[in-house]
Design a protein around this ligand. Structure first.
Ligand code: AOF
Ligand code: ZN
Length: 370
């Protein structure tokens, strides 16, 4: 049984770049003795959920599912969102047993899916939260869980650095620290994110697209710019059709706001700016606002200034660091968030994962407790 659940999870992972802002979910329907009748994973937001795909797959194969078991990576939904409740579809199809890895943290579901199934006489089994498979399933949807439970996105900050911890030469030429393999891998992380965040400094210096080009993806992440004074040029390369561009500003400028909105941007002024810094975007409030806009995983690719502010304010959940086997000599450190006045202020991280990517190392480090 756990092996079918882990196959459901592998199926869910196939939808990694597709489902945002919905969670990636997999479903396998089997006979009581484990023969697979149908399977599927979540589609694009607004499209069918995993359970519906699996039911359709079984129907297309001519496999009746009366009395069958559904192995799902997340509690089947009980609400009417963009689509109808999966619970009702499972009940109507005559499923007799549901085995799930996790309850759905969405307050609109949160146990009500299981309750609805049980009320219809379906036997429901859920893995304990500390089961290794439950931990893997949580990783797969770390941003969705963060948005539903903490009401803010999972913030992953990407950096590329030399072995001596430097992100740029003093002349600012930082483009080629890591190898092509690391840059491609970086695009894979962009592709799984709901949005890519940067600062106006990077927009003005590099005019980046911040899209996914080096790996295949069925959708592009949205883009978010912290731009207190609305300095984003109207012909910035990041205006790309088919994705949203959220610009967070602090200093009012109605004319520029209107011009940027005509280019397709959404300009946002957050209520209640940081005291004493009325010209700065309140980053903490911005994250809450991004969660309201259904951003699960926020991928940060910014310069020292915005990186430093996010780190200083304790808003980074995870660092994605590509470390090149190069020494650059004296230059800029990884981020400007110091100098710290005491060792007590040191930010303690733990390595979550380490992998070799081409000639470089990829380190995933998280703040303690994550
Ligand atoms: C499931 N199976 O495969 C997924 C679920 O707007 P909707 O109708 O697409 O619903 C989105 C919500 O459904 C999402 O926030 C989450 O609670 C749940 N996702 N549920 O039964 C699935 N992806
Ligand atoms: Zn559903």
């Amino acid at each position: 049984m756990p092996s079918i659940l882990s196959q459901s999870l592998a199926l869910a992972s196939q939808s990694l770049r597709l489902t945002s802002p919905n969670p990636r979910v997999g479903c396998i329907i089997t006979t009581p003795d484990g023969r697979v009748l149908g399977q599927g994973h979540t589609q694009r937001a607004g499209g069918p959920h995993a359970e519906i795909m699996a039911l359709r797959d079984a129907a297309e194969k001519g496999n009746p599912v009366q009395g069958a078991t559904a192995f799902v990576t997340l509690e089947p939904c009980s609400h009417h969102g963009r689509t109808g409740p999966c619970c009702d579809a499972l009940i109507a199809a005559g499923i007799r047993q549901v085995v799930a890895i996790h309850a759905d943290p969405n307050p609109l579901v949160a146990g009500q899916g299981f309750a609805r199934l049980r009320a219809a006489g379906i036997q429901v089994q859920v893995l304990p939260a500390d089961d290794p498979l439950a931990l893997q399933a949580h990783e797969l949807n770390i941003g969705f869980f963060s948005r539903m439970i903490r009401k803010k996105p999972w913030v992953r900050l990407k950096m590329a650095a030399s072995l001596d911890g430097q992100t740029a030469l003093q002349n600012g030429a930082s483009q080629w620290i890591t190898s092509q393999a690391a840059r491609t891998d970086g695009h894979a992380w962009r592709a799984r994110a709901c949005a890519v965040l940067t600062g106006i400094g990077t927009v003005l210096a590099d005019n980046p697209k911040l899209d996914v080009r080096l790996v295949d993806t069925p959708r592009q992440p949205h883009v978010v710019v912290v731009d207190s004074r609305l300095e984003t040029p109207l012909d910035a390369a990041l205006f790309i059709a088919g994705r949203a561009c959220f610009i967070y500003a602090a200093v009012p400028n109605d004319a520029k706001k209107a011009a940027l909105e005509a280019c397709g941007a959404t300009v946002i002024y957050l209520p209640g700016q940081v005291p004493n810094t009325p010209d700065k975007v309140d980053l903490s409030a911005m994250l809450l606002d991004l969660a309201q806009r259904e951003i699960n995983e926020l991928h940060v690719e910014a310069g020292h200034k915005l990186n430093g502010s996010l780190i200083r304010e304790g808003l980074v959940d995870e660092f994605l660091v590509y470390l090149a086997p190069k020494l650059l000599g004296l230059g800029q450190g990884m981020a400007h968030f110091g100098p710290l006045s005491s060792l007590d202020d040191v930010i303690q991280l733990e390595f979550h994962n380490i992998e070799r990517i081409g000639a470089d190392l990829r380190l995933l480090a998280r703040t303690e407790g994550h």
